[in-house]
Ligand binder design. Structure first.
Ligand SMILES: [Mg+2]
Length: 229
């Protein structure tokens, strides 16, 4: 039995710059002056981590927890306004892959994403994928992605009654943060080149499997289901 933990942005879909726009809108509202997120990479980071980094880059010396909470709430609000379904692009092959995996008795699907939970489901709903994921670990659970795999494993036990160990936990994502975050629990990592990073870049972080994309369900099953011991 395997627990497949999917990242969202760059792995299953892209929101084509809406996230950055929403961060800037939220933080400009928060501080009452224009805030730019230019030059700050978002990929693979959790929402609270992104908001904190943009605030620090803007000149704040510290981001106390209540301020960060307020920033997250404003960010979710801004995304609700800006994230019209036309801005969300589902990546090729993702829907048929999930539909196939859903039918397998040896798989449980869940999320491992830096998005805060309401944001994760907002994005997935926009492309009709939310029903595949009953649970997950989110940026709202912890700002550090490396803390998310143990949370996902605990939730999986609560949802399925099964305890997933080591390489039976499979983390699928598009950045080095996805590749590295599961090392502490011995997870099996699958990197895809559909985000902002090249095959060569991702290869340097040593994922267990490196796929160009998720277009071929048979290839995924062969490399992931048969190899992750
Ligand atoms: Mg991603």
């Amino acid at each position: 039995m395997k627990l497949l933990l999917f990242d969202i942005d760059g792995t299953m879909l892209t929101t084509q710059g809406v996230g950055r726009q929403a961060v800037e809108r939220a933080l400009s509202t928060l501080l009452g002056e224009p805030v730019s997120a230019q030059g700050i990479p978002f990929s693979g980071k959790t929402d609270p981590q992104i908001l904190r980094e943009v605030l620090l880059a803007h000149g704040l010396t510290d981001v106390p927890a209540p301020l960060l909470q307020e920033a997250v709430a404003l960010y979710v609000e801004a995304m609700h306004e800006l994230l019209v379904p036309e801005r969300v692009r589902l990546l090729d092959g993702v829907r048929p892959l999930l539909e196939h995996l859903q039918t397998r008795p040896d798989v449980h699907l869940a999320l491992l994403t830096g998005n805060v939970e309401p944001m994760a489901y907002l994005k997935l709903r926009a492309v009709g994928l939310d029903h595949h994921f009953a649970f997950g670990a989110f940026g709202s659970d912890h700002a550090d992605r490396a803390e998310l795999p143990p949370i996902a494993i605990r939730r999986a036990r609560a949802h399925t009654g099964h305890t997933f160990h080591g390489p039976d936990v499979v983390i699928i994502g598009d950045t080095e943060h996805d590749i590295c975050c599961g090392r502490g629990v011995g997870a099996f990592s699958v990197a895809v080149c559909t985000g902002h990073f090249s095959r060569d870049h991702l290869a340097t972080f040593g994922p267990d499997v490196l796929l160009d994309d998720l277009r071929d369900p048979a290839l995924f099953v062969r490399h992931v289901m048969h190899r992750a011991a």
